[in-house]
Design a protein around this ligand. Structure first.
Ligand code: IP8
Length: 263
């Protein structure tokens, strides 16, 4: 699969919700993102995070990223909270004129991993003018239940869809050199991603910004450019989607030889 004109956009939960107010979407921010993306003329796959919906419920009920026996209530409530957020995002995007089409991760699963065919089918949706939208999710497997982060989904989709670029939309300007966020890194080298020191988020069960950078460097290692932008300034998202270089952090994809068909 070659998604030369495809952009994958991960909307962080910290932008689309108020992370310290349980179950509270940031309607203004979601509307800003929708309006910006409406102006983007290209194929999009959108993923959103959990913020004060999924992370709040997952931490309240003790759900984590490794399969574990948990109460059915934990799974049901976490899923429900994600669907509530998902519906809010879908509604606002539809109202802004974006033809978003919901594809929950569970609909792409094949045992414990998303199936390659089902992920690749997302590109067929984009061919019909739809914008597939998925979200970090709670998965039930034979070995237990677990959370799959939207950042992880961004990496898995990148592997199979080979987008032109991946955008991580944050509530800050990009990746900083220091936990105090005094020095914004305009360009980040893959090799340097392991030296960064991050501040710890409160209710993030999937590893927050550190996890995001880790997934981003794996995407960049596939030869795909990754940008981190502040979604509270929506024009930056549009600029990044259009390949411009707004305030933010760029992680350049490693130069790789053209892909053969063996994958
Ligand atoms: O915010 C987490 O997705 P993320 C989803 O992308 C849940 O890490 C259910 C907590």
């Amino acid at each position: 699969m070659d998604g030369k004109d495809l952009t994958i956009c991960k909307l962080g939960g910290s932008v689309i919700t108020f992370k310290d107010k349980p179950l509270t979407p940031n309607i203004k921010a979601i509307t800003g993102l929708a309006k910006a993306l409406f102006k983007f003329d290209g194929k999009l796959v959108i993923i959103h995070g959990g913020g004060s919906f999924g992370h709040y419920m997952a931490s309240r009920f003790g759900l984590g990223q490794s399969p574990a026996k948990t109460s059915p209530e934990a799974v049901a409530m976490t899923r429900y909270s994600m669907l509530e957020l998902h519906l809010t995002v879908l509604r606002i995007f539809l109202d802004a004129g974006l033809t978003v089409y919901s594809v929950p991760l569970s609909g792409m699963m094949n045992q414990r991993l998303p199936s390659r065919q089902k992920m690749e089918a997302l590109v067929n949706y984009t061919d019909t003018g739809l914008i597939p939208m998925t979200f970090g999710d709670v998965i039930v497997s034979r070995t237990g239940s677990y959370i799959v982060s939207g950042d992880q989904i961004a990496r898995l989709l990148s592997k199979h869809l080979r987008p032109r670029r991946v955008l991580f939309v944050l509530d800050v300007d990009g990746i900083y050199q220091d936990p105090e966020k005094t020095t914004l890194l305009r360009e980040l080298k893959i090799a340097k991603t392991t030296n960064l020191i991050f501040s710890k988020g409160k209710i993030d069960v999937t590893g927050g910004i550190e996890r995001k950078v880790k997934e981003a460097s794996r995407i960049a290692n596939m030869g795909i450019d990754v940008s981190f932008v502040n979604g509270l300034v929506p024009q930056r998202l549009l600029d990044a989607a259009q390949g411009k270089n707004p305030i933010g952090t760029v992680l350049k994809g490693r130069k790789v030889a053209p892909l053969s068909n063996s994958r």
